[in-house]
Design a protein around this ligand. Structure first.
Ligand SMILES: Cc1ncc(COP(=O)(O)O)c(C=O)c1O
Length: 336
């Protein structure tokens, strides 16, 4: 990152890698988290948003005032709204009813137009409904450029060239395992590609929510609650044979254990992440005990900050309405 940033876009990346000493089991491997909420838009998606807009500039010759459309579960919309604000493009974010109110408001504050769909698709998610609405939007905005983050070599490349080398550099090349969560695949496939090339001995663990159809080995559609994880389609970013050659292990999680882990991390290490970050640290701690020793460094990428989820994943009523049981987290105080 330059000493003096010419715009907020120069402040994307160079996020810290932090030892999660309180969360880790004593005597076990070193557990570390890459804190992506320190990106200026608040999540790792800032990296992909900048990469995708720069790609569009090369391929569509975007002029100031150009209309861009993106379908987003939240963080990509915020990141892209930030990039478009700097560059003078108009952005339409196609979102769905699962979005956090705070995230939606951030997009609007950054100048984006937000259109929301409310009907669940047959997989229990909303993406297929969003895609249907996208067709009508394309007719309404014939000059708009639609950027598909589910099929985006630019998003993959953004993480391959920034997130991954930052991790390897922070640990002087000594990374035994990376744990990332699955969504559109941009972040995980970018990081996995880099590590297979530059540190092939590093194990790559990918985490998805039960009921998601994102990965080739999915177990069928079901209800999903975590933001950013779980998809109604198989994103092209996870195409064969790349998936098999870059991803070593897949683990499925439930929202409940993920949200519990996120709250526990906040209390043990003062790091507040969203439910997807909770999923990553939950899996990291489980695999640490089963597969690694005290000299190993395990890194979980923590996609965003937890503060945007106070009305959803960290709200007792929201949790109760979805049958997600986290009784201890709001009552129990950590021991002194
Ligand atoms: C909070 C959060 N976690 C995880 C992901 C998944 O990342 P990706 O889409 O790069 O697979 C996203 C993507 O939007 C996200 O917002």
């Amino acid at each position: 990152m330059p000493k003096l940033c010419s715009s907020v876009l120069d402040a994307i990346g160079a996020t810290p890698v932090i030892a999660l000493s309180g969360f880790a089991d004593p005597g076990g491997p070193n557990l570390l988290g890459k804190l992506e909420c320190t990106n200026p838009g608040g999540s790792m998606k800032d990296r992909a948003a900048r990469g995708m807009i720069e790609w569009a500039e090369q391929h569509y010759n975007l002029e100031p005032g150009a209309q861009v459309i993106v379908a987003t579960s939240g963080n990509m919309g915020v990141g892209m709204a930030m990039v478009c604000a700097v560059k003078g493009y108009r952005l339409l974010c196609l979102v769905d009813a699962k979005i956090n109110p705070a995230t939606e408001r951030c997009m609007q504050v950054l100048g984006a137009e937000v259109i929301k769909v409310y009907q669940r698709d047959e997989t229990g998610g909303y993406h297929l409904t969003r895609l249907a609405r996208l067709e009508s939007l394309k007719a309404e905005y014939p000059d708009a450029v639609y950027l598909d983050q589910y099929d985006s070599p630019a998003a993959v490349a953004a993480h391959q060239t920034t997130t991954a080398p930052e991790i390897l550099d922070a640990l002087d090349g000594e990374v035994s395992a990376i744990v990332m969560v699955a969504g559109t695949g941009g972040s995980s496939m970018g990081v996995a590609r880099y590590f297979k090339e530059h540190s092939p001995s590093t194990d790559f663990w990918l985490v998805d929510e039960e009921g998601s159809l994102a990965l080739p080995c999915n177990k069928g559609a079901g209800p999903r609650h975590l933001n950013g994880m779980g998809t109604s389609i198989a994103p092209s970013n996870y195409v064969w044979p790349d998936f098999d050659s870059f991803v070593d292990h897949v683990v499925y999680v439930h929202a409940e254990e993920s949200i519990r882990a996120a709250i526990q991390l906040a209390r043990t290490d003062g790091i507040m992440v969203g439910g997807s970050g909770g999923a990553a640290v939950h899996v990291m701690r489980n695999i640490a005990a089963a597969h690694y020793g005290p000299d190993d460094n395990l890194v979980a990428v923590l996609p965003d900050h937890g503060s945007r989820y106070t009305e959803t994943q960290f709200d007792p009523d929201w949790l109760a309405a979805r049958g997600i049981n986290v009784p201890e987290i709001f009552d129990e105080k950590p021991s002194p």
